[in-house]
Design a protein around this ligand. Structure first.
Ligand code: ZN
Length: 220
């Protein structure tokens, strides 16, 4: 059975963010965890999907921003699944500082201000597994899936490319109104290089961190 991806939209409007639940032959892989304030909503959606302590195999984090890691530690404690992320963003999660490892702390846009508050102590964490391009996700029910290290948004941003061409892209791309490069980039030229690379990889449906899924061919 091919893995299926379900979007879990958390919150609404400008501050909505997506988590994704991938159902595999071996159980579930949760990609990102929303903000702390989304915890109850996320737990309800996981329960509805039948994602339990026994069936959740992995919590995969696309990058360390607090609108994506907010409930990671809580869910690890509650459901017993390990957290995997790229080393480049581990300081953000462990220190609760979204500027850790980033170039220019001056770029804060007004829409980002609610996220600037530091991640509180009880939500900080060290990952159990470090992801890189050699990571093998076979053991989590995702044979042929690849981790792509995609610089631009943050040093530790990764995307998950499934064997059917589905791409869970984090915040490199977004689709709040139209598919485009994410609105907040640490390094735009590097981000553009990452997008150019994606165009060579046979990507089909893109599942962004913010906004609705879209086809890679829709990206101008
Ligand atoms: Zn985000």
């Amino acid at each position: 059975m091919p893995a299926t991806v379900t979007r879990i939209q958390l919150g609404s409007g400008a501050f909505s963010v997506n988590a994704y639940l991938i159902c595999t032959d071996l159980g579930f892989v949760l990609v990102d965890t929303g903000m702390r304030s989304h915890r109850a909503e996320l737990e309800r959606r996981l329960a509805e999907a039948g994602c339990t302590r026994d069936s959740l195999k992995l919590i995969l984090i696309t990058h360390g921003d607090f609108d994506h890691v907010g409930s990671a530690r809580h869910l690890r404690d509650a459901l017993g699944a390990p957290i995997a992320m790229h080393e480049g963003d581990t300081r953000m999660a462990a220190q609760g500082d979204m500027f850790a490892g980033r170039k220019t702390p001056g770029f804060v846009a007004p829409t980002f201000l609610p996220l600037v508050a530091r991640l509180p102590e009880e939500s900080r964490f060290e990952p159990d597994l470090l992801l890189d391009e050699s990571s093998d996700l076979n053991g989590y029910g995702l044979p042929g899936a690849r981790i792509l290290s995609l610089l631009g948004h943050s040093a530790g941003s990764v995307a998950l490319l499934l064997s059917d061409g589905s791409l869970l892209v984090g915040d490199l791309l977004e689709n709040r109104s139209t598919p485009k490069l994410g609105s907040i980039m640490d390094d735009v030229p590097l981000a553009q290089e990452s997008v150019d690379r994606l165009r060579t990889l046979g990507v089909g449906t893109v599942y962004p961190g913010h906004g609705a899924p879209f086809e890679m061919s829709e990206l101008r």
